[in-house]
Design a protein around this ligand. Structure first.
Ligand SMILES: Cc1ncc(COP(=O)(O)O)c(C=O)c1O
Length: 402
């Protein structure tokens, strides 16, 4: 995936700065660290790319969603509207804060639709955890209308959408708080890491303390600080932040390459009958980490996946393959297989997760085939991929070979 493709001397230099210094911890040790604060630099770089007032680096994207929800005041018994297409981390973060996930429909944008959200509202709905899937953002004008009309808290899990934007505003900044993942599969990686963002100082201060056992990080005497809230350890290490820093600096270059590749792929593939694409609400803000095909129906998509696999081209359909990103594969959730009893089991949910039917989401997911876009592809690579995909779709549609 993009970030890991460009791993090299810049990452090595940032890591060695930390190793040579010997301070692997983001807080304290002010005398020993010789002015080296990689996590702070990483956070500043994230602010530069997103325009966020505050960025706070964390141990993972999962931690970042949990911190964003907690800092936004989501807790026991609050209903949080979530999509059925996301990485399970989104749902786990809601559950482990004691809140109740309520699933709503996605649409061809691969994100929650405003219509879907409206249908899932109850008198206990407190928040929406909106997930921007596959590198592009939800239809924010429509979503924000529902958020404002119903006075909801909006938290954006932009785990897959770092550097994506909608009408010039970055993912993660539309609501109270947002989160990004910097794991292996993302546009930029920290090895493991995540970042919380907000434009609201009070929300930032809670996130900052909550992610480090409540320390408020004021003054320079670690361990002697005040503790405005109880928290937990979601800290990132300086080593991971060093990698995240070098990688984030490469994001403009990655975006440019990815967008060119996606544009060419779409131009070529549009000429093949039966191929359309997932809707991108603002194409200019697409981070272009994925090409998302929508085929005419589930059976055609299934046959196409078989042909793609046979040809060694790859591509994933979240419905048939065990990608673990769609509710139909979350048996542990449906059967409530938990390590310890969660509030949802005591308080109940307006939905029975085992019997839940989401026909629109199922229809979209059955037709979807996604391909990760690589920033190091050449023009020839892109054209060969397009030809391969086109050939497989034609076979699946029964178009005779010329
Ligand atoms: C939408 C979304 N949210 C959260 C996460 C969790 O991120 P991490 O793997 O960094 O914990 C992911 C990871 O794939 C994701 O795709």
């Amino acid at each position: 995936m993009p970030g890991t493709e460009l791993f090299g001397s810049e990452e090595r230099k940032e890591i060695l700065d930390v190793v040579d210094n010997g301070v692997l911890f983001r807080y304290g040790h002010d005398q020993q660290r010789n002015g080296i604060w990689k996590t702070r630099e990483f956070e500043a770089e994230v602010c530069k790319i997103t325009g966020a007032k505050y960025a706070h680096a964390l141990s993972s994207g999962s931690a970042a969603v949990a911190v964003a929800l907690a800092a936004s005041g989501i807790g026991t018994g609050d209903e949080v509207i979530v999509p059925p297409f996301t990485f399970i981390a989104t749902i786990e973060a809601v559950l482990f804060l004691g809140a109740i996930p309520v699933f709503a429909e996605i649409d061809e944008s691969l994100c929650l639709s405003a219509e879907g959200i409206k249908k899932a509202l109850t008198s206990k709905t407190k928040a929406i955890c909106l997930v921007h899937m596959c590198g592009a953002m939800a239809d924010m004008d429509a979503v924000m209308q529902v958020v404002n009309e119903h006075d909801l808290v909006l938290v954006e899990d932009a785990g897959q959408a770092f550097a994506a934007s909608y009408k010039g505003k970055a993912a993660g900044l539309f609501g109270k708080a947002g989160s990004f993942s910097f794991d292996f599969f993302k546009i930029a990686t920290a090895g493991e890491g995540g970042v919380f963002v907000t434009n609201d100082e009070a929300t930032y201060k809670i996130a900052d303390a909550y992610s480090d056992h409540g320390h408020n990080h004021e003054g320079n005497n670690r361990g002697m600080e005040q503790h405005p809230v109880l928290g937990f350890n979601y800290r990132i290490s300086e080593l991971h932040a060093a990698v995240g820093l070098a990688q984030t600096r490469k994001v403009p270059q990655i975006l440019k390459a990815n967008r060119e590749h996606k544009k060419l792929l779409c131009e070529i593939l549009l000429e093949t009958d039966g191929i359309s694409f997932a809707r991108v609400a603002d194409p200019e803000g697409d981070s272009a980490t994925f090409l998302n095909l929508l085929l005419p129906d589930t059976e055609t998509a299934k046959r196409t996946v078989e042909h793609l696999n046979k040809a060694g081209i790859g591509g994933f359909n979240y419905w048939y393959t065990n990608m673990y990103h769609f509710i139909n594969q979350w048996d542990h959730l449906k059967e409530m297989r938990t390590a310890s009893k969660l509030p949802v089991e005591l308080l109940g949910s307006p939905q029975d997760y085992a019997k839940l039917e989401l026909p629109k989401s199922q229809e979209v997911m059955g037709r979807l085939i996604s391909f990760g876009i690589r920033c190091t592809w050449t023009d020839v690579d892109v054209r060969m991929l397009a030809a391969g995909i086109s050939g497989c779709v034609k076979l699946a549609m029964g178009v005779p070979a010329l």
